[in-house]
Design a protein. Structure first.
Length: 291
């Protein structure tokens, strides 16, 4: 059951899509959406700047004053955006559960000061699911938050697309590989898979593997949760496997992609050079990942 969702509220242009994706995910479960915004810690920044020998005292102070002003303005903008979103969708603000339950989703705004990635990791460990935006171009902060969410929380992460889905109860696609990461992603997505209109398991044909030998046992197990489960084996023909997978998901009319997050090193290296990077850059549907 998805009852407590931690939602990233960074102040970036894509926040509205993140909020809407979180609501579409949590509404069927009457979930609580905890919107987390982290304001820059100027004291930490000052220490980092002075220890690195960044210019004179006057110049450093001017930069710090500017950062402090921008950070507070961004915090106020995020607070107003969250309040407007909640008002528009009729989400009551509640810092703690009450009995009897209202029967619908609720929300709260968590304002913290410090490192965004560290705060996401700390708060994310208590969430049923984290909902974050995806990094664009050279957005190092967004990438750090995504890395912390996936690698440091031990919890599943839903990465919102640029255009939020109206619902996640249509076709769900599982990008299956016989690994613990993929198994964790499927387990974490089970509340959504149970409510999906149908589930399609996609696997990319690998050398030496017989089609169906790893997906049919998964399909049989999933049919105890959702009777409409089918399997497809993809054979890339000159395209990257991630592109083949996304095309197949599009052909199936998928509204959700479930997959493991793989890395043998830091996520930063994976995102800029591997399968995960192509999914995050190209997917136009929510991607639920677990590591």
């Amino acid at each position: 059951m998805l009852k407590y969702l931690l939602v990233s509220a960074s102040g970036a242009a894509g926040d509205e899509a993140v909020f809407a994706t979180a609501l579409a995910t949590g509404a069927p479960f009457a979930a609580h959406l905890a919107f987390l915004h982290v304001r820059l810690d100027i004291t930490e920044t000052a220490v980092a700047m002075t220890s690195g020998g960044a210019g004179g005292a006057m110049a450093v102070q001017n930069v710090l004053d500017q950062l402090e002003s921008e950070s507070r303005q961004n915090e106020a903008r995020v607070a107003a955006q969250v309040e407007a979103f909640c008002r528009r969708h009729g989400l009551p603000l509640a810092a703690a559960p009450v009995a009897p339950a209202s029967g619908g989703p609720s929300a709260e705004l968590l304002l913290r000061v410090g490192s965004a990635s560290r705060c996401v990791a700390e708060h994310g460990r208590f969430a049923d699911l984290l909902v974050v935006g995806r990094a664009h171009g050279e957005e190092d902060l967004a990438l750090d938050v995504l890395e912390a969410a996936l690698m440091d929380t031990g919890r599943p992460v839903l990465i919102a697309p640029a255009q939020p889905p109206a619902s996640l109860t249509g076709t769900a696609v599982i990008a299956w590989k016989d690994t613990r990461e993929a198994a964790r992603a499927v387990a974490a997505a089970m509340p959504l898979l149970e409510r999906a209109s149908r589930v399609v398991i996609l696997t990319v044909q690998e050398e030496g593997a017989r089609p169906g030998e790893v997906v049919e046992p998964l399909a049989q197990a999933l049919r105890w949760h959702n009777l409409d489960v089918s399997c497809r084996t993809l054979t890339p023909a000159g395209r990257h496997p991630a592109e083949e997978l996304l095309q197949a998901a599009h052909d199936e009319g998928a509204c959700l992609l479930v997959m493991g997050a793989y890395s043998h090193s830091r996520l930063r290296e994976v995102v800029f050079g591997g399968f995960t990077q192509r999914i995050l850059r190209s997917a136009d549907l929510p991607a639920l990942m677990a590591h």
